[in-house]
Ligand binder design. Structure first.
Ligand SMILES: [Zn+2]
Length: 158
């Protein structure tokens, strides 16, 4: 008898001892319990095989809309420090373990792009603000800016 079949038999036998079951009930129960055990078994194997395969090409765990934790196979938008701590790892330890470059962002590609764009925008805003401060320029309404452009254009012509 396979492991699965003997486990099924044990479970159904204990069911049958706890409640009244006729032959049909027992057959039904065997079918249901066996299928459930099998699903657990294949599910676990698939997950292990999946992680093993993913571990061979760690960068493939970073996808467009999700990043898969190479420790547990769970998908995320970003791999939070808090989650990595559950595996006893810091982000840099995680990257080192899975042979990722130090600068690799632990977030899905879409989110990384969004964050970069935001950082760029914020940086530009900050640079402009600093430029204005250093040069004693106040942010002006649009109309004045257009006038300044015209003035500049005139200068160019002269
Ligand atoms: Zn994990």
């Amino acid at each position: 008898m396979s492991d699965l079949v003997s486990q099924t038999a044990l479970i159904v036998a204990s069911q049958a001892s706890a409640q009244e079951m006729d032959a049909g009930d027992i057959v039904d129960s065997i079918r249901v319990v066996h299928a459930a055990l099998m699903a657990c078994e294949t599910g676990r194997e698939t997950q292990e095989a999946f992680l093993e395969r993913l571990g061979e090409t760690p960068m493939a765990s970073i996808k467009k809309d999700e990043i898969i934790c190479l420790e547990c196979g769970q998908p995320f938008k970003l791999l939070a420090n808090r989650h990595l701590a559950l595996h006893g790892l810091t982000p840099s330890q995680y990257k080192a373990k899975w042979r990722m470059r130090k600068g690799t962002p632990l977030s899905c590609i879409d989110l990384t792009k969004k964050r970069r764009a935001y950082a760029k925008k914020a940086e530009m805003g900050w640079a402009l603000e600093r430029y204005r401060k250093v040069n004693g320029i106040k942010a002006k309404p649009k109309a004045v800016t257009t006038a300044a452009k015209k003035k500049h254009a005139k200068k160019k012509h002269a």
